[in-house]
Design a protein around this ligand. Structure first.
Ligand code: PDD
Length: 287
């Protein structure tokens, strides 16, 4: 079976799917995206991802390409046509196609919409979670509106490539005051030696992760000790546990920071418990 993508109104073979060279996403990174997990034939947290998509678009004055129900139907159709039981669905909306000019094109320019889906093997992710991942630190060098999920990801790309070259999986951005903001494609968490879970407030300095929100719901339900405050790289290096969260990794234990073990160098108990409880807490609907 060949893969299928949705591109501006048509379902096309993935191998041949293409956008125009003057798409503003291609020219200016003038667009936003979302990634939802597909788990056990279900789409996870679509409502919250689409809420965030609408917010990102509105912050950039880009129109929703269509009504919410129609968009949801397309997501499901792409997942179905690609026979994805476990994996990810990707949505990208840009300001559309127009002659290259920095200022916005005329208001009647239709936004461009691409939706793709791909399968993943849950057992591979579980194996990674059992081992945990390494993280390196890099200076924060992104713009100050990373709360908008734009496709302008070059600093994230460079940071994650550096992590890979260092044998790590993720890079944590460190702001000028020494505080961890977030990962290249994940939110950052630690557990202190007193078993207090800490994550940075979702201000403009980080993306307000949907997975982060589900973990916060779990924290409340379980009555875990929790502080929403910035933490420094130094504090993270002394922490009992650390983990990262995203739709693509769920709760992923961090076992080393800048090459040094976090805690005992193995996935922590709280990280493992939060990972295990994730899908019970998240919203999901059959595709
Ligand atoms: N990344 N922070 C950044 C910079 C991200 O790119 C992401 C998600 C997150 C976590 O958000 P959520 O829990 O809603 O997935 C935090 C997606 C998965 C990606 O770029 O592939």
């Amino acid at each position: 079976m060949s893969r299928v993508a949705y591109v501006n109104g048509r379902y096309v073979r993935h191998a041949e799917a293409a956008v125009h060279i003057e798409d503003r996403g291609y020219q200016f990174a003038d667009g936003v995206y979302e990634v939802c997990e597909i788990w056990n034939g279900r789409i996870v947290d679509a409502r919250r991802h689409l809420d965030r998509l609408e917010r990102s678009l509105s912050e950039l004055s880009i129109r929703m390409p269509m009504g919410r129900a129609a968009l949801e139907m397309i997501l499901r159709e792409v997942v179905r046509r690609n026979l994805v039981h476990d994996g990810l669905v990707y949505i990208q909306v840009t300001r559309g196609v127009a002659r290259r000019d920095h200022v916005f094109p005329s208001a009647d320019t239709p936004p461009a919409l691409v939706v793709t889906a791909r399968s993943a093997r849950p057992e591979v992710a579980e194996k990674a979670a059992e081992a945990g991942v390494g993280v390196i630190s890099v200076p924060e060098n992104r713009w100050d509106r990373v709360d908008i999920k734009t496709v302008g990801l070059l600093p994230n790309v460079l940071a994650k490539q550096k992590a890979k070259e260092s044998g790590a999986k993720e890079a944590w951005f460190i702001d000028r005051d020494g505080f961890v903001t977030e990962g290249g494609s994940t939110n950052a968490w630690i557990v202190t030696k007193d078993n207090v879970l800490v994550t940075r407030p979702a201000d403009h300095g980080i993306l307000k992760g949907i997975t982060r929100q589900v973990v916060l719901d779990m924290v409340e339900k379980k009555g875990l000790a929790f502080e929403e405050r910035p933490f420094t790289l130094e504090e993270a290096k002394e922490a009992k546990e650390a983990f990262i969260t995203a739709a693509s990794t769920l709760v992923m234990p961090v076992v080393s920071l800048d090459g040094k073990p976090v805690g005992n160098g193995h996935p922590g108990e709280m990280s493992r418990d939060l990972r295990a409880g994730f899908h019970e807490m998240a919203e999901s609907e059959p595709v």
